[in-house]
Design a protein around this ligand. Structure first.
Ligand SMILES: Cc1cc2nc3c(=O)[nH]c(=O)nc-3n(C[C@H](O)[C@H](O)[C@H](O)COP(=O)(O)O)c2cc1C
Length: 292
């Protein structure tokens, strides 16, 4: 299917885009109007766009149903300050509740059952229960249109970042496994981040990886190694060479049993290398592949 966005109704555009641009982190925005009434609403059109200057942006959109604007947008135009509370799994149901369309002036801290805590340098309150919060000054509001569904970029300068000590290790470094972020996908779908679904990808650092094009053809065209496997192998800084000290019983076994049939041997070696790569053992996988 190829969709031409100009042929879709606003609700259809929203439907497809929100399913495919996912998962999105959630900014739980606490704002006040010029009378000081507090508002709390979640926004998943949200991300970090710059670390220096420290800029995050979220987008309260015009309602697809009736083209009205959100109270949060009205508030930041009146008082350009916002606390962005990061949403974690233990808060997700109350966060969803706070997204109900309560009348203007309703304090969703009370409706959703969260506790207000004074921010350190701005007027809107923080959520006591949230483990990460950002006190921000709104530096610009940029409307993206006047039609139903049009977003309004609320560009925020992060002034203070408050992190609960329970998320830090002894050296004050973040422990990603402890945060348990939740993120929004399409429709009613959310996902949560925890140790069962976190994984690491070795970052190509200052030295560049050799690239898939530099892999030997037999590896590059393997019917067994996946795209992820090729990405791992091609992330080495230079083409590895055979290490005579590499001593692996399974490799020995494969050579012993399959050397009379090169096609079968290549298949076995690639299958074993794939297993090693899937276990994160790139150096070992290279040694297995170099044995052919
Ligand atoms: C997890 C979640 C994410 C949401 N993300 C957005 C968003 O990015 N933009 C938006 O306009 N509305 C979003 N909504 C809907 C608003 O939270 C909802 O319209 C809310 O009533 C706005 O409140 P307000 O009028 O008090 O600002 C989201 C709702 C939920 C539950």
């Amino acid at each position: 299917m190829i969709l031409d966005l100009k042929d879709l109704k606003p609700a259809e555009k929203q439907y497809y885009l929100q399913h495919v641009v996912a998962p999105r982190p959630i900014c739980f925005a606490s704002t006040i109007d010029k009378e000081g009434n507090v508002n709390l609403s979640p926004f998943s059109f949200f991300n970090l766009f710059s670390s220096n200057p420290p800029i995050v942006i979220f987008s309260p959109a015009r309602r697809v149903r009736d083209n009205t604007t959100k109270h949060t947008l009205q508030n930041v135009m009146e008082v350009p300050e916002v606390v962005i509370n990061i949403v974690t799994y233990d808060m997700v149901q109350q966060t969803s509740l706070a997204s109900c369309e309560y009348p203007k002036g309703t304090n969703e801290f009370i409706k959703a059952g969260f506790t207000e805590e004074p921010a350190t340098i701005i007027r809107p309150p923080m959520i006591k229960e949230s483990k990460v919060k950002m006190e921000c000054r709104v530096i610009e509001v940029k409307p993206l249109g006047r039609e139903k569904g049009a977003g309004n970029l609320v560009i925020c300068d992060v002034l203070k970042l408050l992190i609960d000590d329970s998320l830090l290790d002894v050296e004050n470094k973040m422990d990603q496994r402890k945060i348990h972020h939740v993120a929004r996908l399409g429709g009613d779908w959310y996902c949560k981040v925890d140790e069962s679904n976190l994984f690491q990808v070795a970052k190509p650092n200052t030295e560049t990886g050799i690239g898939v094009d530099a892999l030997p053809a037999a590896i590059r065209n393997s019917k067994i190694l996946s795209g992820n496997n090729l990405g791992q192998l091609a992330n080495v800084n230079e083409m590895p060479i055979i290490d005579p000290a590499f001593d692996d019983p399974r490799l020995k076994e494969i050579i012993l049993y399959f050397s009379i049939n090169p096609d079968e041997m290549e298949k076995e070696l690639h299958t074993y290398a794939k297993k090693l790569l899937d276990d994160g053992k790139v150096r070992e996988a290279w040694q297995v592949l170099l044995a052919f």
